[in-house]
Ligand binder design. Structure first.
Ligand SMILES: C[S@@+](CC[C@H](N)C(=O)[O-])C[C@H]1O[C@@H](n2cnc3c(N)ncnc32)[C@H](O)[C@@H]1O
Length: 278
């Protein structure tokens, strides 16, 4: 049974969101009498940073009612309370959900690539899976990997509320084992979205290519490849996840089987294309 609580205020988890919060804090503690010009410049810097995400939201196609309901239900769930009790301690939080802008971006990528078979590694409550499924043709399929049974059930309940939910097949279990299983069964994918354990990203990437799970000419989208700016901030400030993503970015950049671009969308979204001749 899900516990309904007051919606927690989401903390910033992107480089831009963290920058806006930093500037807001500086402004709040700033002694304006020191320099009016400095104060005005700080206000402008804060407005530039804090205004971008709301502007993007406003000028992006609205999410479907099913996606909006799923985002709201996820935000109202008591993740911390639930998963830090008992023997199973899982680190699930509402901030994991990719959300409106990224969901719509992924949806556009599915339309643009005309992908029919999609793989998601790291489903959580199913927001990005459902967004991509909405762009799939009626005979398209999305396989979503998730290790957490509660998150998987939460997602599957939401999928039943959408006419596109039947295109999604959930694979419950550790992602690496699931990828090996899918490869052994001879499954292949046109488009993959990686968004699970940051410390395993390199393995997901290598299995997808080594085992031909990704078709030649296919695409991989990878989330959190800026990891809150840690990948370009001084390395002594990196968490283990930050170090893992920095290493992932280096490995992808050096792999001659692919070409890629790292976009500063939310927490960083890398688009990787497997070269057709590989
Ligand atoms: C950032 S969330 C995914 C968010 C989702 N893609 C969305 O946009 O709403 C990461 C998810 O990956 C799952 N996960 C973490 N490690 C995993 C693993 N080794 N295998 C499968 N899933 C894993 C977590 O339980 C969590 O639900």
């Amino acid at each position: 049974m899900s516990q309904v609580v007051e919606k927690a205020i989401a903390r910033p988890v992107t480089p831009l969101g963290i920058l806006a919060k930093q500037l807001e804090t500086i402004l709040q503690t700033f002694n304006q009498q020191t320099s009016n010009e400095l104060a005005a410049n700080l206000v402008l810097a804060w407005r530039l940073a804090a205004g971008l995400d709301p502007y993007l939201e406003e000028h992006t196609t609205h999410e479907s009612p099913a996606l909006a309901a799923l985002a709201q239900k996820t935000a109202h769930e008591a993740w911390g309370q639930k998963f830090h009790q008992g023997a199973t301690v899982r680190e699930l939080e509402q901030e994991m959900l990719s959300g409106h802008i990224e969901g719509q971006t992924l949806k556009m990528f599915i339309y643009m690539t005309k992908a029919k078979k999609v793989l998601e590694v790291g489903m959580f409550t199913g927001y990005s899976a459902l967004a991509m499924a909405e762009a799939l043709p009626p005979d398209g399929e999305l396989v979503a990997c998730e290790v957490d049974p509660y998150a998987a059930e939460f997602a599957q309940t939401a999928f039943k509320e959408s006419p596109h939910g039947s295109k999604i097949r959930v694979e419950l279990g550790a992602a690496i084992e699931t990828l090996e299983k899918l490869a052994a069964a001879g499954e292949t994918f046109d488009f993959v979205f990686i968004d699970a354990d940051k410390r395993e990203y390199v393995q997901y990437f290598q299995i997808l290519l080594d085992k031909d799970l990704l078709v030649p000419g296919g695409f991989i989208c990878v989330d959190n490849t800026l990891l809150q700016g840690q990948v370009y901030l001084p390395s002594e400030n990196r968490t283990p996840n930050g170090e893992a993503i920095a290493q992932f970015n280096r490995i992808v950049a050096a792999d001659s089987r692919v070409e890629q671009v790292l976009l500063p969308l939310r927490d960083g979204l890398t688009i990787i294309r497997r070269l057709p001749e590989q």
